[in-house]
Write a protein that binds this ligand. Sequence first.
Ligand code: NAD
Ligand code: TYD
Length: 356
Amino acid sequence: MTTYLVTGGAGFIGSNFVHYMLRHHTDVRIIDLDALTYAGNLENLKDLEDDDRHVFVRGDICDRALIGDLLRGWDPDVIVNFAAESHVDRSITGPEIFVVTNVMGTVNLLQRAKDAWYDAGQKTWRKGKKYIQVSTDEVYGALGAEGYFTEETPLDPHSPYSSSKASADHFVKAFHDTYGMPVCITRCSNNYGPYQFPEKLIPLIIRNASEHMPLPVYGDGMQIRDWLYVEDHCRAIDLVASGGRPGEVYNVGGHNERSNLFIVKEIISRLSARLDDPAICESLIRHVEDRPGHDRRYGIDPEKIRKELGWIPETNFGTGIAKTVDWYLAHRDWTDHVTSGEYLRYYEEMYGERMR
Ligand code: NAD
Ligand code: TYD
């Protein structure tokens, strides 16, 4: 039996990871710690209520006592840290919380894990323990038209979000280099799929288009992201947790580079066909003021994880986006719940002025 402490397991990727692990392994127990910020939602875990391999704890990764208690009480073998403030646009309007959660929270997890796993006298770590930091390709900054991010690409973050993630990555590496802590860092490209909060491009466009609302495209819409179906990311993390070499970084991405405008048009055509609704059309697109410091292109070279751990993406974009559109159409109640209240205020603040 392997026990995982998964943080941020009520968010988009974290909840997909929890489902993935429980589906693919019988011998796992997951302690799922989440603060339930605006981005965390217990509805994402509703079907696990009767699964006693999953234990949900509401709490903050910055809470020293709580993390210490969880590590002593459950003695997890692996910590997978998803918990984060994750939205670039929010980081531009309010960077401080990104430092608190993404940097301080990570350092708290590392320090508490060191307390629980490290014998300072012997300078040894307890066997079978591992810390996985779920990071992002955004720490590498932006690419021009050519080339890819490799694990050796120097960190050059531009947004407050990516700066906080890069800072956390440095601390994770420092715990390895200074104390020999068994850590791995994954740096994945943009994910899409079920349970993604509709502040991010794909679910926001699906929601707006299905309600015939304007579709905000920042600047010329020719920025490029390397989109990966979330389940492929979950499988990569599972492989890194079991077989990744301590101290190593693994880039995760599927060579699926698309411009934002392509993504928006793709969603329009699929939704309009699926709902047989010609009013879902390209005239809904609004080019709005660009995001400041907007990275032009991300593109991952996934060769290392392929070679070392045999990972390749299994879901191509056509299949992934069709599944995603279908999921959102089948879960309109989920979208309605998560977009009530705070979301409406956020939407007005982020888009109100830009769309007028
Ligand atoms: P998300 O915003 O959907 O979920 C984040 C989760 O963390 C939420 O459930 C939230 O409640 C929780 N959380 C926030 N602050 C917390 C705290 N202080 N203590 C405990 N829980 C807290 O984010 P996501 O898109 O699922 O991203 C998960 C991780 O993956 C992040 O670390 C992000 O940087 C990384 N990542 C995301 C992408 C992507 O495309 N979404 C790509 C690569 C890497
Ligand atoms: P997002 O989903 O926020 O992910 P990230 O900024 O982490 O890559 O945005 C993906 C791309 O889509 C990014 O280039 C910004 C752009 N975008 C829009 O054009 N309009 C929008 O309303 C949003 C949310 C994003």
